[in-house]
Design a protein around this ligand. Sequence first.
Ligand SMILES: [Zn+2]
Length: 343
Amino acid sequence: MKAVYIAEPGGPEKLIFGDRPDPEAGAGEVVVRVRATAVNHADLAIRAGRSATGALPRILGLDVAGEVARLGPGVTGWKEGDRVVVENRVKCGTCSPCVLGRDEYCERQKRLGGELDGGHAQYCKVPAANLQSIPEGMGFEEASTFPLAGHTAWHCLVERVQLQPWEDVLIQAVGSGVGSFGLLMAKGIGARAIVTAGSDWKLARAKELGADEVINYTTTPKFSQRVKELTDGRGVDVVFDCVGAPVWDESCASLKPGGRLVITGTTGGSQIPFNLSVLQGRPLTLMGSGARSRRSFAAMMHMARYGALHGVVGKTFDLAETAKAHEVMAGRDFFGKLVLRVP
Ligand SMILES: [Zn+2]
């Protein structure tokens, strides 16, 4: 089969578009005929050797959407041709957290496209337990945006900070994959969404998608003042951040007393001096993320099926153009997700 893989870490030139053996479905597994696979910042980290891959060569691709092609022994409830999207993390099912129904904390979890071969290929082997069906009317390209970016935003807003309809949320970098999903989920929940981005065309796009208020953090670097103006001096209940260091102080300053901040990315940098008196004088809750469950993946896909939650496809590429997609991802001049079409 055709696939995009790395044999050694490095720049985009290390991505190889070539032939790899077809995977075989073991017990409890299916082989998915991949039709679309999105690109993530995590792919760039894996390619560069900053994130674990296990033994090389490794087929990249954390997001998988396609059709069930082959069923392994013992798989029930699915048939060949079913349109599916795949939860990215493979859980062991037998460790204490798994047995206790908290598979997000599985002690032996691995990522498709990280420690296991992923979706930048014509076929990908996955556990049947990771499958969700693609909602009727949704294409493969859109579906492929859900497993990483969608599930991350859902995990942060629904599981972690538990955003409520009567709350104000500040969403950083709304043009990113998780930022655009965060906006659509916040509006689906019914909250008021104040969003930031570094360029006006992204903010205009966010308005089209339902953003209540927009702030350009390039022209308004002290954006917490604008947040206060927009909230009658209170600040927001929730900050959803995937940028990190450059916006940290202003994110904290944007929160009202009792506010919650959840961070899921540090694409702008991860090291900052932090003034602890911010917490001494203000009852804030700062939350990490990561560790997502099959339970919340199923919950999110329920909203995609019945609650009109959509994925935003920014640009599409052919699988053979993965290196170009990585360069566009690094340049950040797009809105939503970058998706690869698989031949
Ligand atoms: Zn486990």
